[in-house]
Design a protein around this ligand. Structure first.
Ligand code: EAX
Length: 334
């Protein structure tokens, strides 16, 4: 009888433990829209390595580039449903889900990257990250895309007047669209995945994105001119779906948050490096790159601030402006 019990135990209990062991491995697919050589992806790979090591292989983050899991709007929806576990997305489509991030979409809201990072990592950014729990997403930290520059295939753009009548693709974001309307462009919102072919086919004249992205997505193949307007800073939050997050133990959550902050710093460092290095590379690829007088651009885009305030953004704007003013900028990192 005893023997039989031992045999039974070995037959049923041991495999049960083995199965539990496997089930404890949590796989988090992390989607984004850019190429595998962009800092989004490299930052996620860095995070994946840290997580694997620190959780003894129990939490496996799997970065998925090139809109493979969906465009940014879809990634947000899929995280809400729990069918995608994690993503980095720009704030572009977030405006369709929550007003919380819209203040960061204003033109020239941040004077430089160091200030942007300080505000995003400080109480204002953290409160905004926490707010998305209402829409079933956990905001972890802010990666970044960088300062956005205008490219086009029609003419050099030096002053805001130069964009008049040009069809400029924007992200699907009402602040961004209003900004380009304010300077007389025709904003054409579309997901990132459709952008390259729209430029190639000439259905749009131009677009705006940061230098590292313009380079990694090879926009120099279809755009001749680049203007260093730096009009929007593009923060890109790292999100985890609430469903996936709740599968982590408290210890794993804390490891995730610490590792994500380290990956964020690494990722921002890559953006700094590539922003500094890739302007020359774009010139080598045949693009004409122009400096602009940013003060003139800011003035032309000012009506967007009035619009934002009149649509309920006044308090958020004051809060961010006060935080920027209260701490003098550190040496610029952009
Ligand atoms: O987040 O859509 C865009 O232009 C974004 O820069 C891109 O999706 C990366």
């Amino acid at each position: 009888m005893k023997k039989l019990l031992i045999v039974l135990a070995l037959t049923f209990i041991v495999p049960a433990f083995a199965t539990t062991g496997r089930a404890d491995t949590i796989i988090l697919k992390a989607g984004h829209t850019l190429t595998p050589d962009h800092p989004y992806h490299l930052g996620l790979v860095y995070l994946a390595d840290l997580l694997k090591e620190r959780t003894n292989g129990e939490v496996l983050l799997q970065p998925q580039p090139n809109s493979m899991l969906g465009n940014e709007q879809e990634l947000i929806e899929y995280m809400q449903m729990g069918s995608v576990e994690a993503a980095i997305t720009s704030t572009g489509p977030l405006g369709g889900f929550t007003d919380a991030f819209l203040v960061f979409d204003l033109p020239f809201i941040f004077p430089d990257a160091a200030t942007a990072r300080r505000i995003l990592d400080g109480p204002i950014g953290q409160k905004i990250l926490e707010s998305v729990e209402n829409i079933d997403i956990i905001g972890i930290t802010f990666f970044e895309n960088g300062f956005r520059q205008i490219t086009n295939s029609v003419r050099p753009i030096l002053n805001p007047e130069d964009v008049k009548g040009l069809k400029i693709r924007t992200m699907q974001n009402k602040i961004h669209m209003a900004t380009f309307s304010a300077i007389g462009a025709v904003p054409i919102p579309m997901p990132f995945g459709e952008l390259y072919s729209a430029m190639k086919q000439g259905t749009i004249d131009g677009e705006e994105n940061p230098i590292p992205l313009i380079y990694s997505s090879k926009f120099y193949e279809v755009q001749q001119y680049c203007s260093l307007t730096g009009h929007f800073y593009s923060p890109t939050p790292l999100f985890v779906s609430k469903t996936a997050w709740n599968k982590l133990t408290d210890e794993q959550k804390s490891i995730f948050r610490t590792a994500a902050a380290e990956a964020r710093d690494y990722q921002r460092g890559l953006i700094d490096k590539q922003t500094a290095e890739y302007v020359d590379q774009l010139k080598e690829k045949g693009m004409r790159v122009d400096q602009v007088d940013k003060a003139v651009w800011l003035q032309a885009m000012e009506p967007v601030y009035d619009l934002f305030e009149s649509q309920g953004g006044a308090t958020a704007l004051r809060e961010v402006q006060r935080a920027i003013a209260n701490h003098p900028a550190e040496p610029a990192a952009d």
